[in-house]
Design a protein around this ligand. Structure first.
Ligand SMILES: Nc1ncnc2c1ncn2[C@@H]1O[C@H](COP(=O)(O)OP(=O)(O)OP(=O)(O)O)[C@@H](O)[C@H]1O
Length: 197
């Protein structure tokens, strides 16, 4: 169980988040939605433990993975090496199989600059799942893709989540994405942002 109990978050003395309390059960997928600038990314960073400067408490598993909007890949390393650098415990055969699983078979040697945004996102997804996380956190993972690629990525993510049974928290602006992937949708509102009681 992941327990999030944020009581307040300030940036430079300005309140950004009020009370945001929610739990995520093992295997549950939760979508976080709300208007631009309300604090969704800030919540993800707090839940992930990247931002520790807030009032409240978060209980999260140690094994977690984060997928960002813009994949954080090393440009001078191949797709396979980008996976192996983060997961040195994988042998090359297992790493190559992980790339095949996300639809990147045959692109092991490609550098990130030679991959499309959709392919870079697939690589990020492979990297996230390769660590067998208990919690997956994703910030608008399907934004800026054409409709067909976005639909493929959503289906792939849904299948990987079902295979692994991890808990997932993701931010989206798309009601359709939230509806397809999420067991539960949390809608942020107010100023500073909070979850309705
Ligand atoms: N490092 C920072 N320093 C100061 N203010 C920040 C910082 N990061 C975010 N903010 C402010 O905090 C508020 C919440 O930002 P956040 O990025 O969490 O919103 P969001 O809901 O994810 O927005 P979007 O949907 O546009 O991505 C905004 O007013 C933003 O300007």
């Amino acid at each position: 169980m992941i327990r999030v109990a944020i009581d307040a978050k300030y940036f430079n003395g300005k309140p950004v988040l009020g009370q945001v309390h929610f739990n995520i059960a093992a295997g549950e997928t939760v979508a976080l939605v709300g208007p631009s600038g309300i604090g969704k990314t800030t919540i993800l960073r707090i839940v992930a433990g990247i931002d520790t400067d807030f009032q409240g408490q978060v209980q999260r598993p140690d094994a977690l993975a984060m997928v960002f909007q813009e994949p954080t890949l090393l440009p001078w390393r191949s797709a396979l090496d980008n996976l192996l650098l983060v997961h040195p415990e994988l042998d090359r055969t297992k790493a190559a199989a992980a790339l095949v699983r996300v639809g990147l078979g045959g692109r092991e040697s490609a550098f990130p600059g030679q991959l499309s945004l959709g392919q870079r996102r697939r690589l990020s997804l492979a990297r996230a799942f390769a660590g067998h996380p208990e919690l997956l956190i994703m910030d608008e993972p399907f934004v800026s893709l054409d409709a067909e690629t976005a639909a493929e990525m959503i289906n792939l993510t849904e299948a990987l989540i079902a295979e692994t049974g991890l808990a997932t928290l993701f931010v989206t602006h798309s009601a359709a994405e939230a509806q397809q992937l999420a067991d539960r949708v949390l809608r942020l509102q107010g100023m500073p942002a909070q979850l309705p009681a």
